[in-house]
Design a protein around this ligand. Structure first.
Ligand code: ATP
Length: 232
């Protein structure tokens, strides 16, 4: 296992990317020692409303936010894919590209994890990657796994590991709940602040805040969308 490339993958709408995402990625990259950490903006999220910013704009905001981090990469594969796009498909492509020599760790917030059973082919995730779950303020489910939806609880029995180092014991199928700094920041809230003409400073990278201002994103009637938090 030692010679395998360790890859972190963070899927999301990133509408816009904010410090909640970036701090989680930084802490995981630092603690787990990822060789690369990919941000993968979703194309057309199936389980939530159409994003307010365009695909190109969401990608550009990720590009700006991660520009100074040598481990972080933007991956536009889901944005560019025609038709229905799934995480499972992306993970299969990663395996093909790394010729089966990468260990993939898919990162998601607890609010996303509790809806995992709505994703297409979600059981296949366990054959393709490890899951790293991070808690989010307001999502206390990870403190009591008995409260997870039954389908998820059953599928995850015997997959939980207590230490990140356990993820190198095999190449997929484990679930690790990482303790990262809880930041009560959401894209929904940022869009609402912009729509209300309020400050978004210090909630997200300054270059992203500038981009939002320059391109008049999230203002007006369609600026504030209280989207669900799932995609597949
Ligand atoms: P929205 O409010 O529009 O639903 P969001 O802020 O939840 O957006 P997404 O792009 O939907 O951001 O999230 C991508 C992933 O990042 C999800 O797995 C989500 O749980 C996680 N995430 C988002 N914000 C945080 C945060 N503050 N702390 C930890 N995880 C987060």
């Amino acid at each position: 296992m030692a010679s395998r490339t360790l890859i972190g993958i963070y899927g999301g709408t990133f509408d816009p990317i904010h410090y909640g995402h970036l701090r989680v990625a930084e802490e995981l990259a630092d603690n787990i020692g990822f060789d690369r950490f990919y941000f993968v903006p979703a194309g057309e999220p199936r389980l939530r409303e159409v994003p307010a910013a365009s695909k190109d704009q969401r990608c550009e905001m990720v590009r700006l936010a991660i520009a100074d981090n040598p481990v972080f990469r933007l991956d536009e594969r889901e944005i560019k894919r025609q038709g229905v796009s799934t995480t499972v498909e992306s993970l299969q492509e990663y395996h093909a590209e790394f010729k089966g020599r990468a260990t993939l760790c898919f990162v998601m917030g607890a609010d996303t994890f509790v809806k995992l059973h709505h994703w297409r082919h979600w059981h296949k995730l366990f054959e393709l990657c490890h899951l790293i779950i991070v808690d989010r303020p307001g999502s206390l489910v990870m403190k009591d796994q008995q409260r997870l939806p039954e389908e998820i609880r059953q599928a995850c029995v015997s997959r939980w590991v207590a230490r990140s180092s356990d993820l190198t014991r095999c190449s997929s199928g484990m679930i690790y709940v990482a303790q990262t700094t809880l930041l009560d920041i959401s894209a929904t809230n940022i869009r609402a602040l912009v729509a209300a003409g309020r400050s978004i400073r210090y909630l997200l990278h300054e270059s992203v805040a500038d981009f939002i201002k320059t391109h008049h994103l999230y203002t007006g009637a369609n600026g504030f969308k209280n989207t669900g938090k799932n995609y597949s």
